[in-house]
Design a protein around this ligand. Sequence first.
Ligand code: COA
Ligand code: AMP
Length: 643
Amino acid sequence: MIDYGGLQMGKYQQTFQEAINNPEGFWHKQANLLAWYDFPKNILTQEENGTYRWFKGGKLNTCYLAVDYHVEQGRGNQAALIYDSPVTNTKRHITFAELKEQVSHFAGVLKHLGVEKGDRVVIYMPMIPEAAVAMLACARLGAIHSVVFGGFAPHELAIRIDDAKPKVIVSASCGIEVQKVIPYKPMVDEAIKLCNHPPQATVIYKRPQVEPTLQAGRDHDWAELMSLADPVDPVIVDATDPLYILYTSGTTGKPKGVVRTNGDHAVAMKFSMNTVYNAQPGEVYWAASDVGWVVGHSYIVYAPLLQGCTSIIFEGKPVRTPDPGTFWRIMAEHKVNIFFTAPTAFRAIKKEDPDLKFKQPHDISSLKTLFLAGERLDPPTYEWLKSNLSVPVVDHWWQTETGWAIVCNPMGLEVFSPKSGSATKPTPGFQVEILDDEGNPTNPGESGSIAIKLPLPPGCLPTLWQDHERFKESYLKHYPGYYLTGDGGFIDEDGYVFVMGRIDDVINVAGHRLSTGEMEELIGAHWAVAECAVVGIHDDLKGQVPIGLVVLKDDAEIENEVMEKELVAMIRHEIGAVASFKHAVMVKRLPKTRSGKILRKTIRRMASETNVPVPATIDDPAILGEIQNTMESHKIGQYSGIK
Ligand code: COA
Ligand code: AMP
């Protein structure tokens, strides 16, 4: 029997209704939990272009609230960050007082390099505490950080540099992937060469594994500048000033720059810690993700610190660093109260340690709740976790755009009996509806497009970085008055939301969001390729992996094996190894509708299902047989496990 820890029951409906019926009153109360310099004059306003804005007129500093505030409140000696790195055999505790020291000095470093309020700083770092220090230092100055996931290749980094036009790039000499040392500085150099808006300076954190080559005048050593820097006090910013840009995959080759603003973000983060996670100040919170993803922004750095929790920075993998017991070892050693990761991480553990032998030596009695997100929590993984753990296993659904859970089992309000395959109920503040193609709400149990009625609650994106038109086009135009999530699913008769997967060309590979459209653009540039389709197909470990179907130019002569090797190398070089693009096959034609649209969904289904219905709109049904034969001969569809 699961012990839910004496949580209050019956508060969900009341809270949900209050947030919908009186959003201003509701969020006013939540905003009151923060130490503003000036409390906002307006709670919710709408601008001329229709954008909703939360807390206009409010003045605050996110870094102050996450760091200095806790020192002032007597938490100076509490660990703010615990760095646990099995790949380097390092453990480090950083108290709130020490974090303040480091962050205020690194803000001094950035200031010395000319960074001011509103300037952008790109952060391309492995999972080391300095990544969080750099982010918080930007927030301290009112500068806008753009963290780029370390697994992205220089081409991806260059795209993000050109869009954000940063004054400075902060990086480290290397990252460590299990036993592989990956030098970062050459990738930064290559990205700077590729981009049109190079930064004026870089700051490189030297790790003992790699000595970076620094270009005099442009590249600076982190430690050297830190030893010279003066500390800087938090700069007062407006609630509506951007805190960060985080690029995420859309359906085209150009990633979307999701903007997060200071005031509503801080309020939402705090509210989520209380409501979604039931995380109390002083507790240990661990999100095993990466600062390069939204989970890392929200739940490795900002939310735990804003709440006065200790946050764990983990540099490793669920397996192989050194074994599938790492998660349990860290939970026991640091007395983790709340743990959050992606289902794929547990699928990796389950594969190597199905009976959880590696868990046995570890006392994880401190753990209150296990949270999962980033991709659908598949019922077999859920059942395995549920039967092996004595704490609630909570799925929750969200996106880079929202920054926090749209649907959850709200552990701080009321605990609902979970249903396998469902992320449970809409979080207070989110009005989730399922709409059909015409924009009409569907009946309970009927699938459709998941949309959120406007206004979105605090913490969600107000726009895309310098591209408000694309924001409207991507999210608001489809269903007027609603935000389009891009996911499909249904709500059952008890109000439980089931998220079944993306309805666009975005795929989810090991919890990493990637664009098949971008891969198609890159593959389309290969000399032999006339056209191609990239689809995500089921993979037992990673959830999905991309495969490419390629039609050659009439005069192109190339063996399938050679072409596949070249395309795999190309995607790895342009996007990064993280894309896990390993297979491309030649086909004579692609299945299309009569209007010429490639039937990607049909291809996807053919790779994982039998008896896939022939779409009524297909121009030539015979193509499907050809594709099926090609997939079978290349073992696509029995893909799982092939690396
Ligand atoms: N820097 C450089 N390379 C990176 C990287 C980084 N930060 N992150 C991943 N890569 C590389 C890996 O080394 C690997 O390269 P390879 O093809 O040469 O082996 C490739 O990208 C794929 O990495 P990954 O997706 O991590 O696959 P994996 O097989 O190494 O591990 C899992 C599989 C499931 C264990 C791993 O994906 C995992 O722990 N996932 C958790 C997901 C997560 O945290 N998601 C965030 C949302 S909550
Ligand atoms: P990202 O923006 O990288 O966080 O990816 C967001 C996407 O991941 C969502 O749009 C979903 O497709 C998927 N996703 C995240 N969490 C869940 C979940 N709990 N259940 C189902 N899908 C999820």
